[in-house]
Design a protein around this ligand. Structure first.
Ligand SMILES: [Zn+2]
Length: 281
C-alpha cells in the first residue's frame, strides 16, 4: 500500500503543475492551476506539454524520486533511472505517434551537419544536447540547429559526471552552457551518462532546466554494426519515446542508422518532434 500512496502523491504533484491529464485521479485531487494540455486536434498539436513556468517546472522536478544518482541498474539495461522522470518532463505517456530524437555531445562537424541534412530531407525535428566546450568552438552550428527548427539542450560545459560534483560545481557546469548558447538554449538539460541525483535535479530547477533522460538508445558508443543499431532503434520505437543518439566524433554508424530509420519511422506513421521542454518560448 505504501508504494501506491507514494504513486498517488507523485501523481498529485504532477497534476498541480498542470502538465498531466486528469485520467484516473480521485475527486480529492486539487484542480490544476494552469491549463492542461489539449488533446483536441490542431495543425500541429504537441503530444505533451512541458511545465509552463519556473515554479511548475520545480514542482515537477521535485515530484521525482531521483535517488543518489547511482542508477546503474537501469543504465545497464539501456534506460536510466528513475523512470518517473518522464512524467515530470512530458506528462503521461502519450498514445500519439510522436518520437523525440536526441543527439548528444556536439556540435561536432561534419556529423552534426550530416544529421541536420538528413533531418531536413525527411522533414524531421530533433533536440541537440550540446556541451559548452563544443558549442564554443562551433557557434555557427548552434544557429544552424535553430534555423532548422530543432531545439538545443544543456549537456554541461565539460561532459562532467555531475553526481560527483558539489552544488557550486554543478551550477558552473550547467550555467556556463547557458551563457555560451544564450537565448538559443531551451529550458532543458541532460546529465552526462544519465547520472542525476537529487542535488543535480535541484540545481537544474534553480537554473530553470528540466532534466531529460531517454527511453531508448542505439548503443551507438559501443562496437557493433549499423544493422544492430537499427534493430535497437526499431525495438525502442513507441509513442512518445525519447531516443538517445550522438553527433560526436566517429559516429559514422549513427549517421547511417539515422539515414535508414528516418524513412522507416515515417512509414510507421511517426512524427519526429523537438522535446517540448527544450523549445524556445
Ligand atoms: Zn553525452
Amino acid at each position: 500500500m505504501s508504494s501506491r500512496l507514494l504513486l498517488a502523491a507523485l501523481a498529485v504533484g504532477v497534476i498541480v503543475t498542470g502538465c498531466a491529464s486528469t485520467t484516473g485521479q480521485s475527486a480529492s485531487t486539487p484542480p490544476p492551476t494552469t491549463p492542461l494540455p489539449t488533446t483536441s486536434p490542431s495543425s500541429s498539436p504537441p503530444a505533451s506539454a512541458a511545465p509552463a513556468s519556473a515554479g511548475a517546472m520545480r514542482a515537477a522536478i521535485e515530484s521525482v524520486a531521483w535517488g543518489d544518482g547511482r542508477n546503474t541498474q537501469g543504465m545497464s539495461k539501456g534506460v536510466p533511472n528513475p523512470q518517473d522522470w518522464y512524467t515530470a518532463a512530458f506528462g503521461p505517456r502519450t498514445s500519439d505517434k510522436v518520437l523525440y530524437l536526441t543527439y548528444d555531445d556536439g556540435p561536432w562537424p561534419p556529423y552534426t551537419d550530416q544529421v541536420l541534412d538528413l533531418l531536413a530531407e525527411n522533414d524531421a525535428k530533433a533536440t541537440f544536447f550540446v556541451t559548452g566546450n563544443q558549442a564554443k568552438q562551433h557557434p555557427n552550428h548552434l544557429q544552424r540547429i535553430i534555423d532548422g527548427g530543432h531545439a538545443i539542450g544543456d549537456h554541461t560545459m565539460t561532459h562532467a559526471d555531475l553526481v560527483a560534483l558539489d552544488r557550486d560545481q554543478i551550477r558552473a557546469e550547467l550555467g556556463k552552457v547557458k551563457k555560451i548558447v544564450g537565448p538559443m538554449l531551451g529550458a532543458c538539460m541532460r546529465p552526462p551518462y544519465g547520472l542525476i541525483d537529487t542535488l543535480v535535479a535541484d540545481v537544474s530547477a534553480d537554473l530553470n532546466l528540466m532534466p531529460i533522460l531517454w527511453t531508448a538508445h542505439a548503443q551507438d558508443w559501443a562496437p557493433g554494426g549499423v544493422s544492430e543499431m537499427v534493430q535497437r532503434l526499431k525495438d525502442g520505437t513507441a509513442p512518445g519515446a525519447v531516443i538517445l543518439l550522438h553527433d560526436s566524433a566517429g559516429k559514422e554508424k549513427t549517421i547511417s542508422a539515422t539515414r535508414q530509420m528516418l524513412p522507416w519511422w515515417k512509414s510507421q506513421g511517426y512524427r519526429l518532434e523537438t522535446i517540448p521542454a527544450c523549445r524556445i518560448r
